[in-house]
Design a binder for this molecule. Structure first.
Ligand code: CP
Length: 309
């Protein structure tokens, strides 16, 4: 079986079989990462450009590590140290980079649709590492890998995504991916941060965190993205925390075994407290570990499938 597209732009429209193919491949790569020499020659001779127009820690490092573990040649592009500062367009930037013979582009950009736009400008395979508030497909995949690993299955799981759904590409990719594999998805947060008509995606809206806590197997807690908000969407961070913040006291009160996820970076003391983030409920660092294996799987399936590992 193969992925239908030669690019990874989002999880919308991806089938259950494709998602499980990526997760099964990632599980094999995770075993490679546990070997004394965690490197395979799968992408030897391929060149990958990491094109980051927005800040990143986890996604950027894990893509770079995944590429190195697969023996690809990698080049890192940082907008703030490039001719973008002199006014060069995205199209000119990528066409000049492609003229140096590259095979894959990993792009993070603040504009929704920037990865799709790149597919119209270059022949290289394009992987979306987060475009504005649209999608962050490899984050959705690593979240599903982490859940499948812990729970043994995804079908039927009740996952509630908490927080700023409106501005979240992580929420969109999780909703599309989890719905495709048969999980039940809910969202919870201030009404100003819940997109209108989100129920049409088959998602349950929980206005109150206490109701979500009564039903969820998993809470995926999102960062309050102050940099994407225009302000005035909720009165204060203190009020947000009091209504939606995930505290140890709230979790203890439910007396249920709820798995806690967060894509990072964390606003400790706002959407999540430290004694939750660092507790046995949390799989936050497992998500980060799985990020490398998932990105290896995506790179392999899109570019290197004929090689053995
Ligand atoms: N989860 C995530 O996308 O984190 P970074 O912004 O650090 O890459």
């Amino acid at each position: 079986m193969q992925l239908k597209s030669r690019h990874l732009l989002g999880l919308e429209g991806m089938t259950k079989e494709e998602i499980h193919l990526i997760l099964d491949t990632a599980r094999s790569f995770k075993k490679v990462l546990e070997r004394p020499i965690p490197t395979v020659p799968t992408l030897r001779g391929k060149t990958v450009v990491n094109l980051f127009f927005e800040p990143s820690t986890r996604t950027r490092f894990s893509f770079e590590l995944a590429e190195k573990r697969l023996s690809a040649d990698t080049v890192n592009f940082t907008a703030s140290a490039s001719s973008v500062l002199k006014g060069e367009s995205l199209k000119d930037t990528i066409q000049n980079i492609e003229a140096m013979r590259i095979d894959l582009v990993v792009i993070r950009h603040k504009a929704e649709g920037a990865p799709y736009f790149l597919t119209r400008c270059v022949n290289a395979t394009v992987i979306n590492a987060g475009d504005g508030a649209h999608e962050h497909p490899t984050q959705g995949l690593l979240d599903m890998m982490t859940l499948r690993e812990k729970m043994g299955k995804l079908e039927g799981l009740k996952v509630v995504i908490v927080g700023d759904i409106e501005h979240s590409r992580v929420a969109r990719s999780n909703i599309h991916g989890l719905k495709s594999v048969g999980a039940q998805v809910g969202v919870c947060g201030p009404s100003t941060l819940i997109p209108r008509e989100i129920e049409k995606l088959g998602v349950t809206v929980y206005p109150h965190i206490e109701d979500a806590l009564q039903e969820a197997d998993v809470l995926n807690i999102l960062r309050i993205q102050l940099e994407r908000q225009k302000g005035g969407l909720f009165p204060s961070l203190r009020e947000y925390r009091s209504l939606f913040g995930i505290t140890k006291e709230r979790l203890d009160r439910t007396a249920r075994d709820i798995t806690i996820m967060h894509p990072g970076p964390l606003n400790r003391g706002v959407e999540i407290d430290s004694d939750v983030a660092d507790s046995d409920y949390s799989v936050i660092l497992n998500q980060v570990t799985n990020g490398v294996a998932v990105r290896m799987a995506v790179l392999y399936l899109l570019a290197g499938k004929r090689a053995k590992f």
